[in-house]
Design a protein around this ligand. Structure first.
Ligand SMILES: Nc1ncnc2c1ncn2[C@@H]1O[C@H](COP(=O)(O)OP(=O)(O)OP(=O)(O)O)[C@@H](O)[C@H]1O
Ligand SMILES: Nc1ncnc2c1ncn2[C@@H]1O[C@H](COP(=O)(O)OP(=O)(O)OP(=O)(O)O)[C@@H](O)[C@H]1O
Ligand SMILES: [Mg+2]
Ligand SMILES: [Mg+2]
Lengths: 251, 251
């Protein structure tokens, strides 16, 4: 039975896609099967695996989702995204009452895997809301920057809103992941200390360093885990995987 | 008569807000009057000036916009944003036929200034589309990263779409601004070279360096121009202002 994790934060550029790609591949290396769902019309998770986006958004497609997935070189299975603006607008205006169909299609697809990671766009809109309705837990990546902290309160507000809409089922925070940590920047240390003091339990112990290899790997259509096995970030994603497995088992 | 610039890019975290704040203050230092409109429900431009967001989104408010603006310590006038999710959802579902009211209210407000900068959210949705309908030109900030280049084609596609909707009026690209340039990263040099080769005219000559002072200034509710006058980024924003004035005069 799959554990579905929504990777969400409306703040842009914090590392949602980078986390989906690298945690996905690291989970596969740890012997789990993993589906990555690219929910973002930008399709960065799709191109980050070196694949092509679909012409129409799969969540609205009449075809069954298992016909639209595609394997990646690194062992993760991907449900690609689509840049189709018409479909993105349709999803943005989707009434909550119609979420159920999309949610159950995604959950049915995810059943065939140990984990499913949903990469969300930088917004609190309907695509992110559908992902939060589908997910078992939420992983919130956070840049070690000032604006990133500001957005955390709004993100927690949306999670609370979705919890109420879902009724009894909880939607626990799997964790807050501090990303792009640059130790030479004073502000990075301040943000880490502040977020840890506000969310002592939720924060992952692992912090992902800001490292050139992460950005370079993406431009080659790979995860950093495969592209640069001895990078510091690769070690950090391995530690994150151990923490994720531990937190999912105990949830 | 104001020159209205939409600062837009659906890729998250490229520096839209940072550009709006710093270019805004630099224009004021160059003796121009400047309005910054915070269109993003994240309200980063509002908090970046140390001010509070409005409870309801001003673009939907019955009050006249000139009653909702507020001065900032650095001489820029700000129309704050609002985190109200209900209003953000309403704006996201606004039919194109109703853009005209919002567009004309924003244009009327902007008349009282030399420049108006509209900070857009990281999306191609209706808030960004309204800003593109309101604007005279578009400034597209770009991180010196791989994913940033991917998004440029989608951004140009939206600008073309809006041009057709607006009929004869052009919506020229004021320019593409390369931001967060880290000279120690090989990929940054590659992105600059590639973007310059594709868009030789559109690219600003000025490149904004990645510098700690920029991020720190934001956390103190100031622009880097005021917070750290001798920073490399401050000089870059001064050069950007000169280029912007030159490009606006000749448009
Ligand atoms: N740990 C890291 N080290 C270096 N670069 C990183 C790291 N994490 C992310 N990046 C880079 O930062 C940029 C933003 O990351 P990414 O695109 O994953 O964020 P996102 O939250 O998915 O963005 P969006 O909000 O647009 O969806 C990318 O260019 C990525 O390569
Ligand atoms: N030149 C720079 N040097 C250092 N830090 C920068 C620079 N430009 C932007 N930043 C930092 O990068 C982060 C992203 O910038 P910013 O929030 O302005 O981007 P944005 O495009 O407005 O993001 P969003 O897509 O969420 O609206 C911020 O924390 C900001 O402080
Ligand atoms: Mg992304
Ligand atoms: Mg912004």
């Amino acid at each position: 039975m799959a554990h579905i994790i929504a990777i969400a934060n409306q703040k842009g550029g914090v590392g949602k896609t980078t986390t989906a790609i690298n945690l996905g591949v690291a989970l596969v290396m740890a012997g789990r099967t993993c589906l990555v769902v690219d929910g973002d019309p930008q399709c960065n998770a799709t191109t980050g695996f070196g694949l092509r986006p679909l012409p129409r958004h799969p969540w609205l497609s009449p075809q069954s989702l298992d016909q639209l997935v595609s394997p990646t070189e690194e062992g993760v299975t991907l449900l690609p995204g689509s840049p189709c603006r018409q479909d993105a607008d349709k999803l943005s205006a989707l009434p909550t009452a119609r979420f159920r169909t999309v949610v159950s299609r995604l959950r049915t697809l995810a059943k065939g895997f140990d984990f499913a990671l949903i990469d969300c766009p930088p917004s609190l809109g309907k695509i992110t809301q559908i992902a939060l309705h589908t997910a078992d837990t939420v992983l919130v990546p956070l840049q070690c920057e000032y604006f990133a902290m500001e957005g955390l309160a709004q993100m927690c507000g949306l999670i609370e809103f979705i919890r109420k809409q879902r009724g009894q089922q909880a939607l626990p925070l799997l964790g807050i992941l501090l990303n792009q940590f640059d130790p030479s920047w004073q502000i990075a240390h301040e943000v880490v200390a502040e977020v840890r003091s506000y969310f002592p339990q939720a924060c992952f112990k692992t912090v992902i360093p800001r490292e050139q290899a992460v950005s370079e790997a993406t431009s080659h259509g790979h995860s950093v885990v495969t592209y640069s096995p001895r990078a510091r970030a690769t070690l950090a994603y391995a530690m994150l995987t151990v923490e994720t497995l531990y937190r999912c088992d105990s949830n």
